[in-house]
Write a protein that binds this ligand. Structure first.
Ligand code: GBH
Length: 478
């Protein structure tokens, strides 16, 4: 697994030997010391999420969500911004499809708004909601773009009593997911259950910076986490039970990622151990079907209450694991600490992008797929999100976001190493197709490769869009 294949070794050695022998690479040639081509069938795509782009918050019977409530609560979101209009993609989806087509992507990761389908989270479905997604999906397929559908990207129907604190929400989620798999799986072949467990559990119920903005004590947080992984597992089963044959199911998780400070055996092992331990309540539980003893011991009386059958449901076998990867922490082996590793703090001049949390660490796009493969051997892997916020000044009608290009080029160079070494990485979704509602940051942070003028809804391709288009056309890092 960890070796370059023969073709790679041959090319790399060939180039290195030629240079060592005093050879030069012909002027204008595209040769590079390392072959940066991706596998032939590698999928390139872009990602978005319903609440961040759709708008039309009260249209066609859509029910209110936790994010409608939260964003309309003064002081919760920057500038009092809301997703009421966002990118207006509910009406402009055909225009957005053309943006995708122009990039040359073969795939698009999008999410469904649960409350358009079940305005109260469960009960009677709303046909207008289903019709909308039928139109979006047909439009993508007519343009040669394969939709990857996420069932839940944080917009929880507000009518569900207790939200994620209530175990019944996991069941309601599975019912909704099964229902939509039944409606879409004649055309949609890839489903993801939930997006980023840690965000809709911890950020929302412990730190309180995402909807519903709670700061629960540890027992409450652990129970919400449990309901989150349970919802995922029950949804995997419901999707399989209702979908046409040939459909594949996974999740999009923001597994906390660690990178070894130096590529030596001791640090490599330390960072791997850190990933397994630090995701004990999320991906580790899903892939191993149990909560680690270390997690249970640490939580003591606050550990989650688990019912018979829960862990088996949580560990329902997956066809793929998709990872949202933005930033790593660096880990060093530390034999003197009980866990055997230390997570290093970021330093005041560690490079970061426009969001304060977004430290630059391109190696994570290699180590993430490698560690998840080594720890749990998933059948297939995707990068379901990667990208960054940037300043993005609009000057003379252009956004020359060379900083975002720098970020992406470095990350994808490291991702290339993961494919070259044979980890089962099938595709990459850039976050995001366009600037959108960045949750608690409202519209103050831009992640798009298309600039959105929110006053006019005009979409303008940034330099990074041209760069991504070139990369896709050549299927290699450019
Ligand atoms: C993903 O979240 C989401 O899936 C996507 O919707 C989002 O737009 C995108 O990435 C870009 O953020 O304020 O320092 O306490 C990434 C997870 C959630 C991580 C917000 C940083 C803020 C941490 N991010 N979080 S902080």
């Amino acid at each position: 697994m960890t070796n370059y294949n023969r073709r790679e070794i041959g090319k790399a050695l060939g180039a290195a030997t030629a240079l060592a022998a005093g050879g030069t690479i012909a002027a204008g040639a595209q040769a590079a010391p390392i072959d940066l081509d991706f596998p032939k069938d590698f999928k390139w795509g872009c990602a978005t999420a319903a609440y961040q782009i759709e708008g039309a918050a009260k249209e066609d019977g859509r029910g209110p969500t936790n994010w409608d409530v939260f964003s309309h609560t003064p002081g919760k979101v920057a500038n009092g911004d809301t997703g009421d209009v966002a990118c207006d993609s509910y009406h402009r989806y055909a225009e957005d499809t053309q943006l995708l087509k122009n990039l040359g992507v073969s795939t698009y990761r999008m999410s469904l708004a649960w409350s358009r389908i079940f305005p109260e989270g469960r009960g009677k479905p709303n046909p207008k909601g289903v019709d909308h997604y039928n139109r979006v999906i047909d439009n993508l397929l007519e343009n040669g773009i394969d939709p990857y559908v996420t069932m839940f990207h944080w917009d929880l129907p507000a009518a569900l009593p207790g939200g994620w604190q209530n175990r019944d929400t996991a069941k309601a989620f599975a019912d909704y997911s099964g229902f939509m798999a039944g409606k879409l799986s004649d055309r949609v072949k890839h489903f993801m259950t939930v997006n980023e467990l840690r965000c809709f559990t911890d950020l929302s119920h412990m730190q309180g910076i995402h909807a519903p903005g709670l700061k629960l004590p540890p027992a409450g947080v652990n129970q919400v986490r449990h309901h989150g992984v349970l919802a995922h597992g029950l949804a995997v089963q419901a999707i399989r039970a209702n979908a046409k044959p040939g459909v594949v199911v996974g999740l999009a998780d923001n597994t906390t990622m660690r990178v070894p400070v130096i590529e030596t055996a001791e640090h490599i092992e330390a960072a791997k151990k850190a990933i397994r331990e630090d995701n004990a309540m999320f991906l580790t539980a899903i892939m191993e079907g149990k909560y680690l003893d270390s997690y249970l011991a640490e939580q003591g009386a606050a550990a989650p209450k688990v019912q018979a059958g829960d862990m088996a449901a949580i560990a329902s076998p997956l066809d793929f694991v998709a990872l949202n990867i933005y930033t790593p922490d660096y880990v060093r082996a530390d034999p003197s600490s009980p866990k055997g590793y230390e997570v290093l703090p970021h330093l005041s001049f560690s490079p970061r992008m426009a969001s304060p949390w977004l430290y630059v660490g391109p190696e994570v796009l290699y180590w993430g797929p490698r560690y998840v493969s080594e720890l749990w051997g998933p059948k297939a892997l995707y990068i379901s999100e990667n990208g960054c916020s940037a300043d993005d000044p609009l000057v003379h009608g252009r956004v020359d976001d060379s900083d975002r290009v720098m970020y992406l080029r470095n990350y994808l160079t490291h991702m290339h190493r993961a494919t070259a070494e044979g980890y089962p990485l099938k595709g990459y979704f850039l976050w995001s197709l366009m600037d959108n509602f960045e949750w608690a940051d409202g519209y103050t942070k831009r992640f798009g490769i298309h600039y959105v003028d929110f006053a006019t809804q005009k979409r303008i391709p940034k330099l990074s869009a041209a760069w991504y288009k070139e990369l896709i056309a050549r299927n290699r890092v450019v």
